[in-house]
Design a binder for this molecule. Structure first.
Ligand SMILES: *Cc1c(COP(=O)(O)O)cnc(C)c1O
Length: 458
C-alpha cells in the first residue's frame, strides 16, 4: 500500500516511512493512495476481539511490515487497557449509545493511537538500528498519552513541552510522575502556542532533525488516524445490521483527527449516514459546517481544554477530498488561509457531516442532564456531544475521556467528584520536570546534552 501527500509534491511512500516521517516533506499530510474495500470481510470480522480486528485492518495498510511483528505491536498496544472489550459500548436508551474510549492507561482516547505508535516506533528502531528522539508540544492529553506509549522503550528519548501552570494538575502528573529515565517533560514559561511554535522551528532545522533522529507524535501522523478508524469499525460491527447505516456517530472534536478517522471508513465500503462534529466554544469547525467559512480567531480556554483549538490540522485531509483530490487546489487554499486567517468556500460540500457547539455555561448543564436522566457521568469533552441531541435519532456518542481527569468541573458544579485509581496512584509519586527557556537554541542544547549522556549507554 502506498501513501501520498495532500500537497502532491512528495513521492509516495510505504507505511513504515509514512509513520516515521509524520509530516510529508512538502508540508502535506499522508493519505492512502487507494482504499481497500472492506465489505467482503465484514461477515468474518463481526465476532473478532478488538486486537484481532485491529490487526486485520492494519494488515491491509502496513504491507511493508512483517505480519508477525505487526501483530505483536497491535496485541501489546491493547493488552494494558482496563476494559476487557477495550472499547465497551454502553446503552443509555433505545436510541443512544456511548462508545467508551477512556479505558487506556491515560484515560483518554488518544491511548488507542499512541500505545500502538509507541510499539511501531520500537519495531522501527529494532529494524533499522537507529535511535529516535521524539519531540512534541502538548496542552495536556497528547503529551500524557505519548509519554505513556513510549515509557521505558529502548532507543527512544521523549521530550514534551507544556505550558507551566496551564495544563490540569492531573494531566501534569501523568507526564511528570512516570519515573522513566527516557522521558523529559519540559515546563516552559509561556502558552501552548509558544511551545508549539518552538517545536515547529526545531523540526524545520533539517540538520538537527537528521542528527538526533527527530520524529513527531502529533495527530497528523497517519498511524494515529488509522488506529482510530478501528474503533469506529468495531462499534459499527456491533450494531444490529439494520441499524448500522442509520446511526449517527457524534464526535467531540478539536484537531479533526478523531472524526476524520471515522469518515475515512466511508471510503472503504462502510456505510455511515452521518458524523456530527461537536465543538466547545472554540467553534471554528461548527461555523464552517454552518456557513462555509473557515475563519480563525484566538483560542478561548474552556472547560474542555483538549478541544481548545483554532487550526484543526487534520481538516486538510478532508479538504483534499472536498477539492476533488486536486493537490494544487489544496496548496492554494492552505496558502490563502495562512495569509488571510480565513477562507470562504463558494460551495462547501459537507454531505455526511453535521455540527454543534457548547459554551462553558452549557457544559456543566449537559453533564447534569445526562446524569439525572441516565445515571451516567460524562467528562466535559463528551458532554459537548449531547448538545441538541435528538432522542429519536439512533446515535453513537464517542466518550473521549474519563471524567476523573477533570475534577474541578464537578467541584464547581457541586456534583460528586469522580475518581479513578490510576490517577490516585499518581498522587503518591514525586513529580519530576525540567525548566528550559522556550527558544529553539535552548531546547536544542538541552536535547543534545541529554542525548550525549543517555545514548552512550545504548
Ligand atoms: C484530543 C481530544 C479531543 C479532540 O480530538 P481531535 O482528534 O483533536 O479532534 C477530544 N476530547 C479529548 C478528551 C481529547 O483528549
Amino acid at each position: 500500500m502506498e501513501f501520498i501527500s495532500t500537497r502532491g509534491f512528495s513521492d509516495s511512500v510505504g507505511f513504515t516511512q509514512a509513520v516515521a516521517q509524520g509530516l510529508a516533506p512538502d508540508g502535506g499530510l499522508y493519505l492512502p493512495k487507494s482504499f481497500p474495500d472492506l465489505s467482503p470481510n465484514l461477515k468474518k470480522w463481526e465476532d473478532l476481539a478488538y486486537d484481532e480486528l485491529c490487526f486485520e485492518f492494519f494488515k491491509l495498510f502496513a504491507t511493508d511490515m512483517n505480519p508477525a511483528i505487526l501483530k505483536d505491536c497491535v496485541y501489546r498496544a491493547y493488552s494494558g487497557f482496563s476494559a476487557s472489550e477495550v472499547a465497551p459500548i454502553v446503552s443509555l436508551s433505545d436510541q443512544w449509545k456511548v462508545l467508551e474510549l477512556f479505558h487506556g492507561p491515560t484515560l483518554a482516547f488518544k491511548d488507542f493511537a499512541l500505545q500502538l505508535l509507541g510499539n511501531l516506533y520500537e519495531a522501527q528502531i529494532e529494524r533499522e538500528g537507529k535511535p529516535l528522539t521524539i519531540l512534541g508540544a502538548t496542552s495536556g492529553d497528547t503529551g500524557a498519552a505519548a509519554i505513556s506509549g513510549l515509557v521505558g522503550k529502548k532507543g527512544v528519548e521523549v521530550f514534551i513541552l507544556y505550558p507551566n501552570g496551564k495544563v490540569s494538575p492531573l494531566q501534569e502528573r501523568q507526564m511528570t510522575c512516570t519515573g522513566a529515565s527516557n522521558v523529559y517533560p519540559i515546563a516552559i514559561e509561556g502558552t501552548f502556542d509558544d511551545a508549539q511554535r518552538t517545536v515547529k522551528e526545531i523540526f524545520a532545522d533539517l540538520c538537527f532533525r537528521d542528527e538526533v533522529g527527530l520524529s513527531a507524535v502529533n495527530s497528523i501522523n497517519l498511524a494515529r488516524i488509522l488506529a482510530q478508524s478501528v474503533y469506529y469499525l468495531f462499534a459499527w460491527l456491533r450494531l444490529k445490521p439494520e441499524c448500522r447505516t442509520k446511526t449517527t456517530f457524534i464526535v467531540p472534536t478539536g484537531n479533526f483527527g478523531n472524526v476524520f478517522a471515522g469518515w475515512l471508513l466511508t471510503k472503504m465500503g462502510i456505510e455511515i449516514s452521518e458524523f456530527r462534529v461537536a465543538t466547545n466554544q472554540n467553534d471554528v469547525l461548527h461555523q464552517l459546517f454552518k456557513t462555509g467559512e473557515y475563519a480563525l480567531s484566538s483560542v478561548r480556554p474552556s472547560l474542555a481544554p483538549s478541544m481548545d483549538i483554532q487550526v484543526a490540522s487534520n481538516f486538510e485531509r478532508l479538504l483534499y477530498f472536498i477539492l476533488g483530490k486536486n493537490s494544487s487546489r489544496v496548496q492554494e487554499v492552505m496558502t490563502s488561509f495562512r495569509k488571510e486567517g480565513k477562507y470562504c468556500f463558494e460551495k462547501f460540500v459537507s454531505s455526511g457531516f453535521s455540527s454543534c457547539s457548547s459554551s462553558d455555561l452549557e457544559i456543566p448543564e449537559l453533564i447534569q442532564q445526562i446524569w439525572d436522566e441516565f445515571d451516567y457521568l460524562v467528562d466535559p469533552h463528551t458532554a459537548c456531544a449531547f448538545k441538541d441531541l435528538d432522542p429519536k435519532q439512533a446515535s453513537m456518542v464517542l466518550a473521549t475521556a474519563h471524567p476523573a481527569k477533570f475534577p474541578s468541573v464537578y467541584e464547581q458544579a457541586r456534583m460528586k467528584v469522580p475518581r479513578a485509581d490510576e490517577l490516585e496512584a499518581l498522587l503518591k509519586v514525586e513529580p519530576r520536570n525540567y525548566q528550559v527557556e522556550v527558544d529553539p537554541d535552548s531546547i536544542r542544547s538541552f536535547i543534545k546534552a541529554t542525548l550525549s549522556k543517555n545514548r552512550l549507554k545504548l
